[in-house]
Design a protein around this ligand. Structure first.
Ligand code: HEM
Length: 443
């Protein structure tokens, strides 16, 4: 058999639909070890094939790329049984859907972020509604109908508020039983987003909420990160008004975080404790996108950089802790802004963004304190709520200093933030415009 036929046969031998059915029925941690091992072996075969073959047809390479991303979690668990953030959440697949894995115009990323948020909120809503109706086979443990009814109300209003009158969401056909090739078509990508990222470790009902909250937050972090990068590039060019428009694109992403965490808070702390151990060392402090967003907004926090330096998924992040990579906060304090008559709208945009993120940071800290009341450590290995409190204080202080009026690189942006910002506000808060490459490094 020639190598291409052999790799196609290996893909066909691993039935992804069977894996999904098994993982859904009992939680990923309970999957048969032989199935998990087969997944890890296929991952290594794909990596090997892609490394040693420079001429691969586009269609086959697209399939191999997605399969590799999906299987990378199982390959991780094959050598390290304790989950970490990226493997637990299958972020490689989420980032694939968001198009943040290649140099992609920011306009496309924003559209994808908006669609992904709508799809993921809708998926969570369907999961909860079907659970109430007795139609959901997943997440049966610790199911509390009264809690879920309240959650459904919040989910409906949050989805409606985010989508506005004109949802950006494609109505999905049935996603069950798809094969690898189906997922890489335009129509299949949405199924890949929903199906290939939803792997709670347990059958605890509220773990699905927890996992989806992470996925939706990651979309928000990407939206804020890329729009702030675009704003910074405009400011470096001296176009402060466009910089302000770019910050308005970040706003709806930042503003979604608080209602999302209000929904998360419907989870009783005792429910969280039933699956917390199964999430191992997975913590969003290991989120590459979040850490980059922080650096772009306010610069690196020395305590966080020291803490995350050894995290595999965050390699290279510390390199952005460099004076040649100015944050929005440092730009607000720079002469180009301080001495400009057009500084007002930019400061207002930055203040509005900071206000939304502050609300979320405070709520998240409250959740950490309440849910981890008598647990000294966070899952990410930090001192838990104590670490988080210091990190939040540092960020708020840095943002506050920059916004107080008394207090780079070559521009790469090529878009028109003001036009797109106007469209965003007139229609459904949808972000649309194009800028240079985002910061991404993904396996
Ligand atoms: C019951 C739910 C949650 C609890 C109890 C909680 C608790 C914590 C704690 C203790 C930390 C400190 C780092 C560590 O883990 O050691 C942390 C960090 C973090 N969490 Fe959560 N978290 C929860 C949900 C979430 C969700 C759904 C997200 C969404 C992605 C999230 C995003 C973050 C981020 C971005 C950090 C890093 C913050 C920083 O470094 O300043 N958390 N969380």
């Amino acid at each position: 058999m020639n190598p291409e036929d052999a790799i196609r046969a290996a893909l066909a031998d691993f039935d992804v639909a069977d894996y999904l059915v098994a993982a859904r029925s009992q939680g990923r941690a309970e999957l048969p070890s032989s199935l998990r091992h087969d997944a890890a072996v296929l991952y290594r075969r794909i990596v090997d094939y892609r490394e040693h073959h420079s001429q691969i047809s586009r269609t086959l390479d697209d399939i191999l790329d997605l399969a590799q991303r999906f299987l990378s979690s199982e390959a991780f668990f094959d050598h390290t049984p304790v989950p970490r953030y990226r493997a637990y959440t299958n972020l490689s697949v989420l980032n694939w859907y968001l198009c943040t894995i290649h140099r992609t115009p920011y306009q496309r990323i924003w559209k994808r972020c908006v669609t992904a948020i709508q799809l993921l909120l809708h998926d969570l809503l369907s999961f909860e509604v079907n659970s109430l109706a007795g139609l959901e086979s997943r997440g049966a443990d610790s199911f509390d109908p009264a809690t879920v009814r309240h959650r459904v109300g919040l989910l409906r209003s949050t989805l409606a508020a985010f989508s506005g009158s004109e949802p950006n969401m494609t109505l999905l056909g049935p996603c069950a039983g798809l094969a690898w090739d189906d997922y890489v078509t335009d129509a299949g990508a949405e199924c890949a987003l929903l199906q290939l990222t939803a792997f709670p470790q347990t059958s605890e009902h509220d773990e699905y909420l927890f996992l989806r909250s992470i996925h939706i937050s990651e979309c928000c972090f990407w939206g804020v990160l890329t729009a702030t990068l675009a704003a910074a590039e405009q400011v470096k060019r001296g176009d402060l008004l466009r910089g302000a428009s770019c910050l308005h694109v970040a706003l709806p992403f930042a503003a979604l975080l608080t209602p999302l965490f209000q929904i998360l808070k419907t989870m009783p702390p005792e429910h969280f404790r039933r699956f917390r151990a199964a999430t191992g060392q997975a913590s969003a402090v290991q989120s590459r996108t979040y850490q980059l967003m922080q650096i772009v907004l306010v610069g690196a926090n020395p305590a966080t950089i020291g803490f995350i330096a050894d995290v595999d998924d965050l390699q290279g992040v510390a390199a952005y802790d460099h004076p040649a990579f100015p944050s929005l906060a440092s730009l607000l304090k720079a002469a180009i802004v301080v001495e400009s008559p057009a500084a007002g709208p930019l400061r207002e945009g930055a203040a509005a963004l900071d206000k939304e993120l502050r609300k979320w940071r405070t709520l998240h800290l409250g959740i950490a304190r309440k849910y981890l009341a008598d647990l000294p450590m966070g899952t990410g290995g930090s001192s838990g709520p104590s670490y988080l409190k210091l990190s939040v204080q540092h960020t708020m202080q840095a943002a506050g200093d920059a916004l107080n009026p008394d207090g780079g690189h070559e521009a790469v942006y090529g878009g028109e933030c003001d036009e797109h910002d106007a469209q965003w506000r007139q229609t459904t808060k949808r972000p649309v415009f194009s800028v240079a490459p985002p910061l991404s490094r993904d396996n």
